[in-house]
Design a protein around this ligand. Structure first.
Ligand SMILES: [Zn+2]
Length: 267
């Protein structure tokens, strides 16, 4: 087993390529949870989605310029005030999505610093995330996935940015390879299991983005999971990723063997 590179990153060009591919295939999702401190990359993604040129993005058309100025009429930004995002601010954002848009572009709602949503404000979102208004795009930005309501996590597509994809623990990455191969994996304590689960999430997410964006530099090289994941369909990987995220939400109390079996079943 070769050592894993210690700098696993979801680079920004890979992420933009991923969204560019989704845009070209007309298979963009509606609700996204962006994890990691990189709100400027979220705005690049918004430009890419809205840009009228076949570029990623052109940075010079009217849409790109207005988004850079944060003044695009089809874009509404919800930000915390005094560290809290109020339910009123969320309601305003939801109302914005239901109003008639300017031109044909998507109506875009961005929740900056989503960590600041209190439970009440986050709950106000659930119905909109479940049945979003037509032609809308919702981006919820959080710095960490811990603390995000599981009901929000399950309703959004998840994108992890470099700052959250911190260095992968080498022994966990080895355990992920063993797990994917079908071998038993054991943990000396719950902390080790949680580290495994997080590494598993990052690797599956990286693999999915690589497959769809066509960039192969998203994952640390040299482990068998590259080959094993290569044999799985993107849908299988997505299912396993969703399963792992659910288990991560319950990581403090979930039965470890049960969690591993549930994730294995999805692959
Ligand atoms: Zn443009």
């Amino acid at each position: 087993m070769r050592p894993v590179k210690n700098n696993f990153k979801m680079n920004s060009s890979g992420t933009l390529d991923y969204f560019y591919t989704l845009k070209k295939r007309d298979s963009l999702g509606t609700s996204y949870l962006f994890v990691g401190d990189n709100q400027s990359l979220v705005y690049d993604i918004i430009k890419l989605i809205s840009c009228c040129n076949d570029a990623h993005p052109c940075d010079s058309c009217w849409d790109c310029l207005m988004i850079d100025k944060r003044k695009h009429p089809n874009m509404h930004i919800v930000k915390p005030e005094y560290l809290t995002t109020t339910i009123d601010a969320v309601h305003q954002g939801i109302r914005f999505l239901t109003l008639k848009g300017f031109g044909l572009g998507k109506k875009i709602l961005i929740i900056e610093d989503g960590d600041s949503l209190n439970k009440e404000a986050a709950s106000a979102f659930l119905k909109t995330l479940e049945e979003p208004p037509k032609n809308s795009f919702i981006a919820i930005c959080v710095s960490k996935i811990e603390g995000v309501l599981p009901t929000i996590i399950s309703r959004c597509r998840k994108i992890f940015f470099p700052s959250s994809a911190a260095d992968i623990d080498v022994s966990s990455a080895g355990a992920v390879g063993d797990f994917l191969r079908g071998d038993e994996v054991g943990f000396s304590d719950r902390k080790q299991f949680i580290s495994f689960l997080w590494t598993f999430i990052l690797l599956l997410h990286g693999s999915l983005v690589s497959r769809i964006s066509g960039q192969n530099n998203q994952l640390p090289a040299g482990f068998e999971y590259e080959i094993i994941l290569g044999q799985k369909s993107p849908q299988q990987i997505q299912n396993a990723l969703n399963g792992a995220l659910t288990m991560y939400g319950a990581r403090k109390s979930v039965n470890i063997n049960l969690a591993l079996n549930l994730i294995r079943m999805k692959l």
